[in-house]
Design a protein around this ligand. Structure first.
Ligand code: SIN
Length: 302
């Protein structure tokens, strides 16, 4: 274990002017204060610092960000191009922003599909680098979001499991999650537009070189498990594959790898989607919850 309990407090005097960093758990997450993201997005030096804090803490929280939608987009654009999402409508007034608005009138009730641990959009060949999520309206209680450190989740695996999964690959599907609630015609159209993607089960973080456990709710099966080493007669050992996949997916559920964030209007979270998973806790219906998200295009996974 290398990164679990290392002190992660960044010295204030190493930061531009007055940025303050408060680590929230031993594993993941820091609250950053004395910074306005609208101003920061016009200051390259602050953006370099925020990028390095993101790599260190994996999810950053900012309170009281009364920023405009163009400022939200401009901040996220420092990290890369933004993408759209088939189930989060684009904001017509702010290209690049996705609306995640939940209410009892939402087409899906209140979007119960969110209650699963996942890295965003791993059904893409190039899953997002990260997201910048801002709270516009939140329920009086509930509607928190949780994140898990998937580098720690990898490091915490028994050595024989690390060896077993070293070269495994998994298929990731949009159909089996968002698509599953659609009529078959829509689901097949979705499949044609967003074909399944295949990724290594253990990815290497492109900026830090860390190993990351990279299967979550979108992963449906291993694509290369049934080798002569695993199978004797037909698919006799096939159940081992799905049990192993479920075991790996369940590593994100361990509290010691997690942080939980209580939203207020104008709170912002930014996460590194390459080394974390998250879960939006769906405990607030029939209340409303309105979030706006900028999703940054990432790299191919190795
Ligand atoms: C997401 O999964 O990106 C949304 C998280 C949230 O709404 O809290």
């Amino acid at each position: 274990m290398t990164t679990a309990f290392a002190p992660a407090v960044v010295r204030a005097d190493s930061l531009p002017d007055s940025i303050k960093v408060e680590q929230l758990t031993c594993a993941i997450g820091a609250e950053i204060s004395n910074v306005n993201l609208g101003v920061a997005s016009r200051d390259p030096e602050t953006m370099v610092e925020i990028r390095s804090l993101l790599l260190k803490h994996r999810v950053l929280f900012f309170r009281d960000q009364d920023i405009t939608r163009p400022e939200h987009v401009a901040f996220a654009r420092h990290f890369g191009e933004l993408t759209e999402h088939p189930y989060a409508p684009a904001d017509p007034d702010a290209p690049g922003l996705q609306r995640i608005y939940k209410s009892p009138e939402s087409p899906d009730g209140a979007g119960r599909y969110e209650s699963a641990w996942h890295s965003d959009a791993t059904w893409r060949e190039q899953p997002p680098l990260g997201c910048v999520l801002r709270c516009v309206e939140c329920p009086p209680v509930g509607g928190d979001t949780m994140w898990a450190n998937m580098v720690l989740a990898y490091e915490g695996l028994p050595e024989h499991i690390k060896t077993q999964i070293a070269d495994l690959r998994a298929s990731h599907s949009l159909q089996s999650s968002f698509g599953a609630v659609q009529p078959i015609e829509k689901r097949l159209a979705l499949k044609a537009q967003y074909p399944d993607a295949e990724h290594p089960v253990v990815r290497t973080h492109p900026e830090t070189g860390e190993k990351v456990l990279f299967v979550s709710a979108y992963a449906t099966h291993f694509t290369n498990f049934h080798t002569p080493a695993n199978v004797r007669y037909g698919m006799d050992h096939a159940p081992g594959a799905s049990q192993l996949l479920q075991y790996l997916i369940s590593r994100a559920f361990i509290p010691e790898y997690q942080v939980r964030f209580r939203w207020k209007p104008n709170s912002v979270a930014m996460w590194d989607n390459r080394s974390t998973q998250h879960l939006a806790v769906m405990d607030y219906p029939p209340c409303h919850r309105k979030m706006e998200r900028a999703e940054i295009i990432g790299e191919a996974v190795f």
